[in-house]
Design a protein around this ligand. Structure first.
Ligand code: SAM
Ligand code: DTB
Ligand code: SF4
Length: 336
């Protein structure tokens, strides 16, 4: 596929060009789309969005940290790494019953997917039974399940799939080129290997990254190219805006132009037309207007509730109000 983009390009023609099964993207094509005049880019992204999704519905997920702090990995953005002085206390894996109680509250408040995160390099054998019980218990509530537990062996992925795990979140976070600037205790290739295990086990893939870590525009674009060119693109693509955490190496990484952030959401929507694009961490630092632009650019999933794993998120009241102002409705689980 060759896409030439300039101010005279007819956006409708571009839509026709890319509406083919499993497109493969080059960095050059992605860069051309990313650099379109803002109005053309947003029009293109919105056109692709409404061809593939109910345009006024947004999926709601709820997060819970089931094991906080003390992580042996050194990810430069993360409050939970034992390598950084963030003042966070390490906890043990949460009791299964407590997880189910929290999930029930989230379901009653309208969330359709429950996402559990653990600050591990990888889960240990002794944790597997509790993890399986959590998945089974939450499935019994009629919710979708998602976990993010670090690296996963194929056998572990298969056991979680058998328990009913719908999604596994494992982010590539940035471009392959910039990855070593962000973390040294595992590699970009390690991340891709776990993603392969998750896919092979038949679990849906949730994979995205963080913008605003001091990376270049080319890193943001290449991260999205890597995701779009996976043998199958992730069903869910979380786009996080860095939440600067005091004590982490990336705490001073510096702000990102909000309009550049919106451009990356639009590019993700165009290159991965059938994936959910999740406007993830960092919404407390975004204006309502910026979030509205992100939804227009094709974001159609968010985390609800006033905490993410450890950091702040807009509370349910604030999100409800914004949805009302925008005429957006939450998506039902059957529609996902
Ligand atoms: N240990 C697991 C792993 O690394 O996959 C799961 C937990 S980790 C917190 C999940 C994702 O949250 C990271 O890959 C990153 O994209 C995002 N994240 C973590 N801290 C963040 C921060 N301060 N700002 C924005 N996103 C963040
Ligand atoms: C993802 O991409 N973002 C979520 C989820 N996957 C697990 C996590 C955001 C974490 C934000 C920082 C914190 O709460 O510690
Ligand atoms: Fe944080 Fe996950 Fe990295 Fe551990 S592996 S430091 S929890 S992002």
């Amino acid at each position: 596929m060759t896409i030439e983009m300039n101010a005279e390009t007819d956006v409708n023609q571009v839509v026709d060009t890319i509406d083919v099964a499993l497109p493969r993207w080059s960095s050059k094509e992605a860069e051309a789309i990313h650099g379109m005049p803002f109005n053309d880019l947003l029009f293109l992204a919105q056109t692709v969005h409404r061809q593939n999704f109910d345009r006024n519905r947004v999926q709601l997920s709820r997060l819970l940290s089931i094991k906080t702090g003390g992580c042996p990995e050194d990810c430069g953005y993360c409050s939970k790494s034992a390598h950084h002085e963030t003042g966070l206390k390490a906890t043990k894996l949460m009791e299964v019953e407590r997880v189910i109680t929290e999930a029930t509250k989230a379901r009653d408040a309208g969330a359709t997917r429950y996402c559990m995160g653990a600050a591990w390099r990888h889960p240990k054998e002794r944790d597997m039974n509790a993890l399986i019980a959590m998945v089974e218990g939450i499935k019994a509530l009629g919710m979708e399940t998602c976990m993010t537990l670090g690296m996963l062996e194929l056998g572990q992925a298969q056991r979680l799939k058998a328990a009913g795990l719908d999604y596994y979140n494992h982010n590539i976070d940035t471009s392959e080129r910039y990855y070593p600037e962000v973390v040294s205790t595992h590699t970009f290739a390690d991340r891709l290997q776990t993603l392969g295990h998750v896919r092979e086990a038949g679990i849906k893939v949730c994979c995205g990254g963080i913008f605003g870590m001091g990376e270049e525009k080319a890193d943001r674009i290449d991260m999205l190219v890597t995701l779009a060119n996976l043998p199958e693109p992730p069903e869910s693509v979380p786009i996080n805006l860095l939440i600067p955490i005091k004590g982490t190496p990336l705490a001073e990484a510096g702000p990102l132009d909000p309009l550049d952030f919106v451009r990356t959401i639009a590019l993700a929507r165009v290159m991965m037309p059938k994936s959910f694009i999740r406007l993830s961490a960092g919404r407390t630092a975004m204006s309502d207007e910026m979030q509205a632009l992100c939804f227009f650019a094709g974001a159609n999933s968010i985390f609800v509730g006033d905490t993410l794993l450890t950091a702040e998120n807009p509370g349910e009241d604030k999100d409800l109000l914004l949805f009302r102002r925008l005429g957006i409705e939450p998506m039902a689980v059957e529609a996902q």
